[in-house]
Ligand binder design. Structure first.
Ligand SMILES: *[C@@H]1O[C@H](CO)[C@@H](O)[C@H](O)[C@H]1NC(C)=O
Ligand SMILES: *[C@@H]1O[C@H](CO)[C@@H](O)[C@H](O)[C@H]1NC(C)=O
Ligand SMILES: *[C@@H]1O[C@H](CO)[C@@H](O)[C@H](O)[C@H]1NC(C)=O
Ligand SMILES: *[C@@H]1O[C@H](CO)[C@@H](O)[C@H](O)[C@H]1NC(C)=O
Ligand SMILES: *[C@@H]1O[C@H](CO)[C@@H](O)[C@H](O)[C@H]1NC(C)=O
Length: 245
């Protein structure tokens, strides 16, 4: 009798233990990967590490090119590390950290890293966001309409991604409505970048400051970038007029 009680107790413990295992839910995926942002024409690191303990027979980075097709990019296969195109060889079969050159905006998207164990294929996913540093240019032009001389200062942020923000400072302050006008135009290029041109326009006879500043804000710039343009002032305009008399 005492023996069978022990048996029942033992059975209860076994059942409780197996319930506990089931209750702990799915095994966490033993793969660590993080999303990254890459700058166009620079390098970015895609990192993916296998944290499990099983033997890895095969491992690879791949990208989906259609619903059923993948492109293999770098990894470990037939006992060797491999890579192609813009990718470097990974560190090891369990550390698929690779360097990728961001050669075009098409590099943006999801990358899958997959490991082949005996039984399972644990995988991770990394989303790469591509940004591009704009070239900043500034230029001063003038026009005379109905005897009024105007200056137009154009500040261009060429080939940025995403589109940058441009603002102006005149005498250390944002230009007030009058007599300044600001016009913006945006162009989207086929390479996935954009150009933003902001034009500050004012009548020269109402301008006291000898320079204006264009401020460009963008993800690729740690601080907003200021560019100064020298402009003509009312004083200069008058002395030039006297000289020509
Ligand atoms: C994985 O490889 C990268 C690049 O070589 C290295 O920086 C990183 O420390 C490695 N991770 C581990 C856990 O060894
Ligand atoms: C990575 O980026 C993708 C796409 O933007 C997003 O759906 C996912 O939640 C991100 N993952 C992490 C861990 O931030
Ligand atoms: C220039 O003067 C003409 C005649 O007074 C006027 O019709 C026109 O609107 C003016 N143009 C501008 C840009 O102010
Ligand atoms: C993208 O195209 C624009 C316009 O043609 C060009 O100015 C810019 O340099 C290009 N950017 C890259 C990274 O090729
Ligand atoms: C702003 O730009 C648009 C398009 O280039 C032009 O039609 C408009 O006249 C400009 N406005 C000013 C105030 O310069």
């Amino acid at each position: 009798m005492g023996c069978s009680w022990l048996l029942i107790l033992g059975l209860i413990q076994i059942v409780a233990h197996s319930l506990e295992i089931q209750g702990s839910g799915e095994e966490p995926i033993p793969v660590i990967a993080h999303n990254v942002t890459g700058v166009l024409e620079e390098d970015v690191y895609l990192s993916c590490e296998y944290q499990g303990s099983a033997q890895i027979n095969k491992a690879e980075w791949k990208r989906r090119i259609s619903s059923s097709k993948f492109k293999r990019l770098a990894g470990f296969s037939n006992g060797e590390l491999f890579s192609r195109g813009d990718f470097s060889k990974p560190d090891s079969p369990t550390n698929l950290t690779v360097r990728m050159k961001v050669s075009s905006v098409e590099a943006e998207g999801e990358y899958i890293c997959e490991f082949q164990e005996e039984e399972e294929n644990p995988f991770g996913s990394v989303f790469v966001t591509v940004i591009a540093k704009p070239d900043i240019r500034i230029e001063v032009n003038s026009e005379t309409i109905n005897d009024t001389h105007y200056q137009l200062v154009s500040c261009s942020a060429v080939g940025g991604r995403p589109i940058p923000q441009i603002s102006w400072l005149v005498g250390g302050r944002p230009p007030s409505d009058f007599p300044f006008t600001v016009n913006e135009s945006k162009t989207l290029h086929s390479n996935g970048t954009s150009t933003l041109i902001s034009t500050l326009r004012f009548p020269t006879h109402l301008q006291d400051e000898e320079s204006v500043i264009c401020v460009v804000k963008h993800e690729t710039l740690p601080n907003p970038k200021s560019t100064t343009a020298n402009v003509e002032t009312y004083g200069k305009l008058i002395s030039a007029a006297f000289e020509s008399l």
